[in-house]
Design a protein around this ligand. Structure first.
Ligand SMILES: Nc1ncnc2c1ncn2[C@@H]1O[C@H](COP(=O)(O)OP(=O)(O)O)[C@@H](O)[C@H]1O
Ligand SMILES: [Mg+2]
Length: 275
């Protein structure tokens, strides 16, 4: 895949949608070359959630696949600055940094959709899309622009309109999940982390979200996508890393990925039973 130019980066469907709604006033996060874990470990008492993880992410879609409890969310929370590692270093563009807080990570161009749907139920959908932006986008955008940006982003992601004025808590879980994805994209992040972010969506909505994410990655973003669904992993991944019991087992490139190979890496003992 050729390196996207700076112009390419600004032409994803998400960028274009935000530019049209907010008259180009939300500036995309600076481009990212690499994000890396170096010897990252996380222990919770006796539990080793993640052990000696070293991995470099580059632009494109990099999937983390593993069974329940294999350490996927822990890895993503460490990258997001929500959880401190017990050991190891994080590097952005080859330079070590401390993931001080979720806010600092956002300032570095990173947006996360966590596995739990985090929504403010008594606020409007539009407010929820711009929630946690520390006033930055709200200062930059007039209320009408923010409303329009929310409407347009939701229209890109969902098949059926989601009313920006609705109270978020009254929406079905699937719509709430789309609101949370819109929130992550509204900042035009250069790094997008998705932790089972489409779990509540039906097949058609999931497909739509995937198209948006694929397009976003094609324009230079680094996307880390966590899933345990084989079909979506095969569809989306430029690279797949398999985790098992807190350890990185292997990283495969797109051409090397088959269901059989992935299942083997996830749970080799399971194969003994089916074989
Ligand atoms: N806050 C926590 N306190 C104690 N144990 C935890 C905590 N978070 C995760 N764990 C444990 O760490 C392991 C990895 O969890 P997690 O990263 O959530 O896995 P996954 O996302 O792959 O399902 C599990 O054994 C889990 O029970
Ligand atoms: Mg998880």
């Amino acid at each position: 895949m050729p390196e996207p130019t700076q112009t390419d980066r600004a032409t994803s469907r998400v960028h274009q949608t935000m530019a049209a709604a907010a008259r180009g006033r939300v500036r995309p996060a600076p481009p990212v070359e690499t994000l890396a874990l170096d010897g990252i470990a996380k222990r919770y008492g006796e539990t080793v959630a993640l052990a000696g993880a070293s991995l470099t992410f580059t632009p494109g879609i990099h999937t983390i696949l593993g069974e329940n409890g294999s350490g996927k969310s822990t890895m993503l929370k460490i990258l997001s600055g929500v959880v401190d590692p017990s050991e190891g270093r994080l590097l952005l563009g080859g330079r070590e940094f401390t993931a001080g807080s979720p806010r600092e990570m956002r300032d570095r161009g990173l947006s996360t959709v966590f596995q739990e749907v985090l929504i403010a139920p008594h606020r409007s959908v539009a407010d929820n899309v711009f929630l946690g932006t520390d006033g930055f986008l709200r200062r930059t955008l007039a209320r009408a622009e923010a409303w329009e940006a929310a409407r347009a982003l939701l229209g890109l992601l969902a098949r059926f309109p989601i009313d920006p004025d609705a109270l978020a808590g009254t929406l079905p879980l699937a719509s709430q999940q789309i609101v949370v994805i819109a929130r992550a994209l509204a900042r035009l992040p250069s790094i997008l982390l998705l932790d089972e972010a489409t779990a509540a969506l039906d097949y058609a909505d999931r497909d739509r979200v995937f198209e948006v994410v694929e397009d976003y990655a094609r324009h230079g973003a680094l996307v880390i996508f966590i899933s345990h669904r084989m079909e979506e992993v095969k569809r989306l991944s430029d690279r797949v890393t398999v985790l098992r019991s807190g350890r990185l087992v292997e990283t495969l490139a797109r051409g090397e990925v088959t269901s059989r190979r992935l299942l083997d890496l996830m749970a080799p003992e399971a194969r003994l039973h089916v074989a």
